[in-house]
Design a protein around this ligand. Structure first.
Ligand code: ZN
Length: 171
């Protein structure tokens, strides 16, 4: 839970406040990449009170570690993703996030944004030539392209990793 107090904001609809933190959110992982344990996610948001809700707009920058889809070398990089999400007392499942009287929990939003931002098919370099013969001495029949079989639709794998439990814990 990453609770942020919004009492002051809500008393004056139309006002904004900046939320900029470096946060550690464990367990962010899809099959092709993950956020290293203990790595900080930069969350830079502007929170704006609506008459019956809150909108969070900004940028989330996340460091990640993956495996090159061609040569399987580790790839370390970071990705920024723009977010614009609504929080409301009665959220619409999959569309908006839950807000209580005087606080929002930013963690579910950050998790969703990061899981969608992690690369589905990392490359160590645009022109990566594929597996090095030294590293794979046994050889593989066929070309390097046949070694790695991408999932039919990796986006579904990412959705499978989403954690819908965290909002239920608020009750
Ligand atoms: Zn590579």
């Amino acid at each position: 839970m990453l609770l942020v107090g919004i009492g002051d904001l809500r008393r004056q609809p139309g006002t904004r406040s900046r939320y900029h933190r470096q946060l550690i959110v464990p367990g962010l992982e899809i099959t092709s990449a993950h956020v290293p344990e203990g790595a900080e996610i930069d969350v830079d948001l502007e929170l704006e009170a609506l008459s019956n809700g809150l909108v969070a707009t900004g940028t989330i920058t996340v460091p990640w570690l993956g495996e090159c889809r061609r040569c399987l070398a580790p790839v370390e990089s970071s990705t920024s993703v723009e977010v614009r999400e609504i929080f409301e007392p009665r959220p619409v499942d999959g569309e908006t996030y839950k807000m209580s009287e005087d606080a929002v929990d930013l963690e579910p939003m950050i998790r969703d944004a990061v899981l969608l931002a992690l690369p589905l098919a990392p490359l160590c370099a645009e022109d990566c030539p594929g597996p090095a013969p030294d590293a794979f001495p046994t050889g593989v029949e066929g070309g390097p392209d046949e070694v790695v079989d991408p999932p039919a639709d990796p986006r579904w794998a990412a959705l499978g990793d989403l954690n819908f439990d965290s909002s239920a814990e608020d009750d």
